[in-house]
Design a binder for this molecule. Structure first.
Ligand code: NCD
Ligand code: ZN
Length: 354
């Protein structure tokens, strides 16, 4: 059967997003608002969002940047440090200031220096999370330089996540931007309270993309893309309909000058074409009937939130979209994720160039 020309689904949410602040926030946010009703906003700003007062301030800055007439709800997170006050976390959750707490192992990724070195120090916070049901969002990579970068997620699961899961059986955990079949298997092994976000780019590229014909900084993100077998495991999980897997774009804008450098930043900016890329993947996997689960239903169910009332229509075109270009920002150009293969989908109203 040929694919449908349009597909209308419950409006999606983005369960893992970097919006930055200032001018960059205002440049990138409209792309997200056109597709997603809500987004889990990551707290790794230059001045990280560590306390509920920071989350209130940052939320107001985001609300101010939403294009007029657009309905979009930022869902805030707190950046866990070894000094995080468990009472402040409880207040943030009970007063609906933040919906989750993000664990960055110190040194694991962009702006993670204030993160956690010794997990034992955050046990009092984890107790509050387990008691209240507030999810712990985990950047699941060890930082030990002796561990090969392609093994850091699998080793983190063995050394850190399995013990945490055992010690806090009621803790609700999201393994963010899962990149390995080991991660998928771990989520499935946990009987309950466990989920994972999957990014559009990890469904499309494997680690070869970073080295195709030369060094390709715009395919470098953390966790780094893995071998093909892992990408296939992610595609299977995302398209399976399993409620434990949902979309988190991990759209992470860095100006080209910071990416195309002798020491380039990690992060892929995919907000403009996130839904088009995901729809393309689901079409290829003959799973368009399960797209809505992955993008719009599974996430709210895990976060115990209602699904969006609005709907989003995707259009399937006869001809592919032109390759994505660059966006101008005050810090210079910003490159949009290029999936490297034709994209036949767009959202209704289309993207520039469509
Ligand atoms: C993210 C960023 O730039 O903030 N980078 C990335 O490669 N994904 C941080 C993160 O989510 O690890
Ligand atoms: Zn991220």
């Amino acid at each position: 059967m040929p694919p449908p020309e349009t597909l209308t689904i419950t409006q999606p949410d983005d369960w893992h997003l970097h919006l930055r602040d200032g001018e960059m926030l205002r440049r990138v946010l409209p792309w997200t608002c056109r597709q997603f009703g809500r987004a889990i906003v990551m707290p790794n700003l230059a001045n990280p969002v560590v306390a509920s007062a920071d989350a209130v301030r940052y939320r107001n800055e985001i609300l101010d940047a939403i294009p007029r007439g657009v309905d979009f709800q930022p869902l805030m997170t707190l950046y866990l440090t070894e000094n995080t006050d468990p009472d402040d976390v409880r207040t943030a959750f009970e007063e609906h200031i933040a919906v989750a707490v993000k664990l960055y192992p110190a040194g694991a990724t962009t702006l993670s220096d204030a993160g956690v070195r010794d997990l034992g120090k955050i046990y009092p916070v984890l107790e509050v999370l387990a008691e209240t049901g507030m999810p712990l969002l985990v950047h699941g990579e060890v930082v030990d330089p002796d561990v090969d970068i392609f093994d850091r997620e699998a080793v983190f699961i063995d050394r850190k996540l399995i013990p945490i899961r055992e010690r806090f059986p009621e803790l609700r955990i999201v393994l963010e931007h899962v990149t390995t079949r080991d991660g998928i298997a771990w989520v499935r092994d946990c009987e309950r309270h466990t989920a994972a976000t999957i990014t559009p780019h990890h469904l499309v590229i494997n680690r070869n993309a970073m080295f195709k014909g030369g060094l390709r900084p715009h395919y470098y993100c953390l966790p780094v893309a893995k071998r093909e077998a892992h990408r296939l495991a992610l595609r299977e999980a995302a398209t399976s309909g399993d409620p434990r897997f949902f979309l988190g774009t991990d759209s992470a804008p860095h100006p080209d000058s910071a990416k195309e450098s002798a020491c380039g930043c990690a992060g892929i900016f995919n907000a403009p074409n996130a839904m088009a890329v995901v729809a393309q993947v689901f079409e290829e996997e003959k799973a368009l009937d399960r797209l809505e689960k992955f993008t719009s239903l599974n996430g709210p169910a895990f976060y115990r939130l209602p699904v969006n009332a609005a709907r989003l229509t995707l259009q399937r075109h006869e001809t592919p979209a032109p390759p994505p270009g660059k966006i101008d920002t005050a810090k210079g150009s910003l490159t949009v994720f290029d999936p490297g293969a034709p994209l036949y989908w767009s959202i209704e109203g289309g993207f520039p160039g469509r």
